[in-house]
Design a protein around this ligand. Structure first.
Ligand code: 6MZ
Length: 359
């Protein structure tokens, strides 16, 4: 594991509320338990449980959202999640989250996202670069004092706003409008996620078309469950990336391969949720062998008790790949990041310098 931790990596599919430390969730649950809002004993074993089916995951997300309702907690979890990825040498993180509204506590989608940004600014273990590089240096946020600049590591963070499949067309549109408003704050695109058995593609389509017209990037959770009509419509839509791609049939595989849409592969998530029976039949093998663009990701590092280093280690041992092949796989993800070319150039330098050390 140490070697995988030491190598630079790129994370492109991580849900904020799925990436929370268990210790933080338990602490938050205990506090709400003491206040009588939840039954702590009932919730504790749900948080500690290892291995969850897909429907169980979505029940857990509903619980997590109860624990992380307020602005201060959103700020805290954002800070911790970024620190955790940086600690394992993730050099570029695209963090996705669903902007939430909660009138009873004065939360709008915008104030939720402001709390996320506050979390990025609060990180102090690492230098976080999250504003687009085209903004002038004085506008970009330097989060550490000049004195210790040279001694701290740096992580690039970009944000994707998720549309939850439970949302209406107008709620989805509101999220896209917010993403456009927050472009200067590091928002680079839109994700469509949520329980895959809920909702209809047509509901989100107007907002996704608008996203495309406005030049924001799009990634879609595609084929987490069998749904041929939707999978075909998603592939025809030509998003910049898709996540999962577990339940495609021959015709869709052909479509995917000829489209060259990069796939965010989440091995542990797919196995734990039983969307893929076992690693030896995982589509990674086929996609990797035909050199289809793909990137290893965690999905929900907290919920699935994983890390990006662990995903690399699992892929290497399960698919018999060597360190150099894995390094190249990690470096290849630079081409699929939604940040601009100057960030990509920096990332290439980071990887190339690590490669020289690799020998
Ligand atoms: C689909 C998922 C997901 O947005 O509240 N999410 N959607 N498939 C998955 N595979 C297991 N894992 C997470 O983070 C949690 C939300 O991300 C989506 C769900 O909508 C979940 O509620 P945020 O930060």
């Amino acid at each position: 594991m140490e070697w995988w931790v030491s190598q630079p990596k790129i994370e492109l599919h991580a849900h904020l509320n799925g990436s929370i430390r268990d210790s933080t969730l338990l602490e938050l649950a205990r506090v709400l338990g003491e206040k009588g809002v939840i039954d702590f004993a009932g919730v504790e074993h749900v948080i500690k449980k290892n291995g969850r089916s897909l429907p169980e995951c979505f029940k857990l997300f509903d619980l997590i959202h109860v624990l992380t309702t307020d602005h201060a907690t959103v700020t805290r979890i954002t800070k911790e999640v970024v620190e955790d990825f940086a600690a394992e040498n993730v050099v570029y993180l695209e963090l996705r989250t669903t902007p939430k509204k909660n009138e009873s506590i004065g939360m709008s989608k915008r104030t939720y996202m402001d709390a996320v940004i506050k979390g990025l600014k609060a990180v102090d273990t690492v230098d976080v670069a999250f504003t687009p590089s085209q903004t002038s240096p004085e506008n970009s946020v330097t989060l550490i004092s000049d004195a210790c600049k040279t001694t701290k590591k740096k992580i690039y963070v970009r944000l994707l706003l998720s549309i939850d499949r439970r949302e209406t067309t107008s709620a989805a549109m509101e999220t896209v409008q917010l993403a456009l408003e927050m472009r200067d704050l590091g928002v680079v695109g839109i994700d469509l996620s949520g329980n895959p058995v809920v909702g209809e593609w047509e509901t989100y389509l107007p907002a996704l078309k608008f996203t495309k017209e406005q030049g924001l990037h799009i990634t879609l959770h595609c084929g987490e469950v069998p749904n041929r009509k939707e999978i075909q419509a998603m592939l025809d839509f030509l998003p910049q990336r898709i996540g999962h791609a577990c339940c495609l049939e021959d015709e869709e595989w052909e479509k995917l391969k000829s489209s060259k849409i990069p796939v965010e592969v989440c091995l542990t998530s797919n196995i734990m949720t039983q969307t893929i029976a076992s690693l030896d039949v995982h589509h990674f093998v086929d996609l990797y062998s035909v050199k289809h663009p793909l990137v290893l990701c965690t999905d929900d590092a907290g919920v699935f008790s994983t890390s990006l280093s662990h995903e690399y280690s699992v892929a290497a041992s399960s698919f018999g790949l060597g360190k150099l092949e894995m390094f190249q796989l990690a470096r290849g993800a630079i081409d699929f990041v939604f940040a601009d070319d100057s960030v990509k150039k920096d990332l290439r330098e980071i990887f190339d310098s690590a490669k020289r050390k690799l020998g």
